[in-house]
Design a protein around this ligand. Structure first.
Ligand SMILES: NC(=O)c1ccc[n+]([C@@H]2O[C@H](COP(=O)([O-])OP(=O)(O)OC[C@H]3O[C@@H](n4cnc5c(N)ncnc54)[C@H](O)[C@@H]3O)[C@@H](O)[C@H]2O)c1
Length: 255
């Protein structure tokens, strides 16, 4: 069975033993974002497993290899209408096909990066985009010292030519790695050219029309969350800056 030949029964059995199948795309099924974020992880794991010649895998084995718990994995895959086969597990090839179809990794997504400073250049150089189906089609920056330089074989174009570049390369997704003060203007121009998906790294809130999908990445916020959880363990390495003495606590608890 090849990935382009779906099994007539949809590749698995439901918990009652009946055939399960769903052809609706992700958006219509209301799959949670957290599940959508894990699907590429499952796909990468399945790719490695398939390369090793494995044809079927249990949910427990796949969950271990993907670094999630098996209940989570079964729930995630159930959104695709796939439950595996009792006592056998999942058909690796079919599951690859099914996840690839759902997350669109069978198709290549053209991506544009705006802002080729430290972050934009690092993102452009990240080889993981290519293996996940994202192809960088254009790079834009206003800095004359950068214009014309190549990153991953793509020349940096002048930001002033954004509209031409978008018309020529038809990016489906734009990544913003520009200063916060420039982000809204760049966003407005991208939206006016028809770009409907934007990943914003600039530390500012952006206004976009309802039909535009905007996501923000904030590493500082992620670190703050980790720091918060570290603090909750009670092993804080930093002395609190406000010293509270015993009488203050007694007054507070007396009221
Ligand atoms: N989200 C995160 O976790 C995260 C992490 C690091 C940096 N950032 C943000 O990403 C952005 C880029 O950071 P960096 O370290 O690469 O900065 P940088 O200064 O190295 O790069 C910024 C780039 O934007 C270009 N630029 C300047 N003015 C512009 C304009 N008006 N329009 C478009 N481009 C313009 C510059 O020429 C430069 O190449 C900043 O807003 C920064 O705060 C976010």
């Amino acid at each position: 069975m090849t990935p382009s030949q779906p099994r007539p029964d949809g590749g698995g059995l439901d918990p009652q033993g009946g055939p399960m199948r769903s052809d609706r795309p992700v958006a219509e099924k209301g799959i949670p974002d957290a599940t959508i974020a894990r699907l590429p992880v499952y796909l990468r794991t399945l790719n490695v497993i398939a390369d090793e010649g494995v044809t079927t895998i249990s949910s427990g084995e796949l969950a271990d290899a993907a670094g999630v718990n098996s209940a989570q994995l079964r729930k995630d895959l159930s959104y695709l209408g796939t439950y595996g086969t009792r006592g056998v597990g999942y058909d690796v090839e079919y599951l690859r096909f099914q996840i690839g179809r759902e997350i669109g990794s069978a198709q290549e997504w053209p991506v544009i990066i705006v802002g080729l400073g430290n972050l934009g250049t690092a993102l452009a150089n990240y080889s993981g985009f290519g293996t996940r189906g994202f192809r960088i089609v254009a790079l834009l920056d206003p800095n004359p010292a950068l214009i014309g330089r190549e990153v991953v074989g793509v020349p940096i174009a002048d930001l002033a030519r954004l509209e031409d570049v978008v018309a020529r390369t038809s990016p489906r997704i734009a990544v913003l790695a520009v200063p916060a003060a420039a982000a809204q203007d760049v966003t407005d121009r991208l939206v006016a050219c028809g770009v409907r998906s934007i990943l914003n790294f600039a530390p500012t809130a952006l206004a976009v029309p309802a039909e535009v999908n905007l996501r923000k990445v904030d590493l500082g916020q992620e670190l703050q969350i980790l720091a918060y959880h570290e603090q909750q363990t009670g092993d804080s390495v930093v002395e609190p800056s406000i010293k509270i003495n015993k009488s203050t606590i007694e007054k507070a608890t007396a009221s």
